[in-house]
Design a protein around this ligand. Structure first.
Ligand code: PNW
Length: 450
């Protein structure tokens, strides 16, 4: 029996997915090409040359996947909407059959008592917008708000809360600075305007969504940063990394200012991207903060001068997932307390919008331990005064794990990528019992609270 977490009865349990990682059907019903279709076609970009043309075939198997969620007993489902299904070139009229897919999905979720929590952008930019500069250009922010308006006009009567962007930090760094993700640009610090343009797009979309009466979240990847030692050089390196990974994406939303980026020799206008009025628009544009947590980060002073102001160092003496990521559940409690300390009264209610791990086995007791530890860490942070409203496991089903293709398995449910057979793991049964125990109902029974 799972330990019953000491969390309020209104606490929401969920699972998260993303369109490109599960849907497949990339050429169906008028969907336009996205940056990930172009990137996966690049030789060497994806492990084993895997692609996502079929992925988990969720575009056709969604009733089965919703049935898995109903049986799991989740209160809410975080999924993402593929912009290139809604607007194949990222602008102009809506592609009706693209929106119709999410309309059916929303209705089916609601018919099972599951609240839909859509993310509008989980990295699959229409390729036509990338051809015009993608998130390096300000125009993409305005296009994003238009796409948000079209989508909210169609689904807004049934969707109380939206997530605008997924992990703008990871998208800027992996997508535009290092080229490990689509669109595969290697601009290093010249990628920083994409941070601002994403936040501007978020804020413009937030305005549109709030005008329609919805609540707005963003899902930021956050990590507690530790210096490798107490030396001033290591402390300064840790502060510099914290600024880039966490403060750059949270401060403007919660305090209306960008952090000091002088350690990167970058001015406060982020390479001229920040115009008058932008920060006023971004400030207080969230009703809640989505936090995606995977692991802490250890940092030392850089070995070579002249490059970035930090080096990342391995975390020793902790277990690792099959992906090699360090397992540090208490890092989540620490992260939440740090957010509380930094933002004080300006902090908004938090939802853990992603947390999970890659382990392949069907009897995945490591994932059970991982989730148990992290949920306890959330409960500890709540006991220490942090307002956390929900927890979403990444992820429901094994999927296309970006540059790793299908080699990493984060699912509560195993997927045979040849036959598309779904097989619930031990962790699925454990999460199902945990949700029921917290609610005081039988496993798989519909939510009693909310
Ligand atoms: C997140 N990192 O990505 C994404 O939101 C998901 O789509 C993804 O499948 C999941 O985490 C697991 O990777 C990340 O290297 C990618 O720090 C990379 C990192 C963190 C998150």
């Amino acid at each position: 029996m799972p330990h019953i977490p000491a969390l309020p009865p209104t606490f929401r349990w969920g699972v998260s997915t993303a369109a490109y990682q599960i849907e497949g059907a990339t050429e169906e019903d008028g969907r336009g090409p996205s940056v990930w279709d172009a990137f996966t076609a690049r030789p060497g970009a994806i492990r084993n040359a895997h692609h996502a043309r079929t992925a988990c075939d969720h575009y056709h198997r969604w009733p089965e996947d919703i049935a898995l969620m109903r049986e799991l007993g989740v209160d809410a489902y975080r999924f993402s909407i593929a912009w290139p299904r809604v607007q194949p070139t990222g602008r102009g009229p809506v592609n009706e059959s693209g929106l119709a897919f999410y309309d059916r999905l929303t209705d089916e979720l609601l018919s099972h008592g599951i609240t839909p929590l859509p993310t509008l952008f989980h990295w699959d930019l229409p390729q036509a917008l990338e051809d015009g500069g993608g998130w390096l250009t300000r125009d993409t922010a305005y296009r994003f708000a238009e796409y948000a308006a079209h989508t909210a006009d169609r689904l807004g009567d049934r969707v109380p809360e939206w997530i605008t962007l997924n992990e703008p930090f990871v998208h800027t760094v992996f997508g535009y600075a290092l080229g490990r993700h689509a669109p595969g640009r290697t601009l290093l610090l010249d990628a920083l305007p994409t941070a601002h343009h994403q936040l501007l797009g978020h804020a413009l979309a937030a305005r549109v969504l709030r005008e329609r009466g919805a609540r707005v979240l963003i899902a930021n990847n956050c990590t507690p940063v530790h210096p490798a030692s107490g030396t001033p050089a290591d402390l300064a390196a840790a502060e510099a990394y914290d600024t880039l990974h966490n403060h750059l994406f949270n401060d403007p939303l919660l305090t209306g200012r960008y952090p000091d980026l002088s350690g990167y020799a970058v001015d406060e206008e982020l390479g001229g991207a920040v115009l008058d009025g932008d920060l006023a628009l971004i400030h207080q544009s969230v009703d809640g903060l989505g936090v995606n947590y995977y692991n802490p980060t250890h940092v030392s002073a850089p070995a070579d001068a002249g490059g970035l102001p930090f080096d990342l160092v391995p975390i020793e003496g902790v277990p690792r997932t099959a992906f090699g990521w360090p397992v540090v559940p208490d890092g989540l409690r620490e992260l939440l307390l740090r957010l509380g300390r930094r933002y004080g009264q300006a902090l908004v209610p938090i939802t853990i919008t992603e947390n999970g791990c890659s382990y392949p086995a069907l009897d995945d007791t490591e994932r059970v331990d991982f989730l148990d530890g992290h949920i306890r860490a959330v409960a500890d942070a709540v006991a220490e005064g942090i307002d956390v409203r929900g927890y979403f496991v990444w992820t429901l089903i094994d999927n296309f794990e970006w540059a790793e293709g299908y080699t990493q398995r984060f699912g509560l449910v195993h997927v045979d990528h040849t036959t598309q057979t779904r097989t619930p793991r031990t962790s699925y049964r454990w999460y199902r019992e945990l949700i029921a125990a917290h609610r005081g109902t039988r496993p798989g029974a519909p939510g009693a609270t909310m």
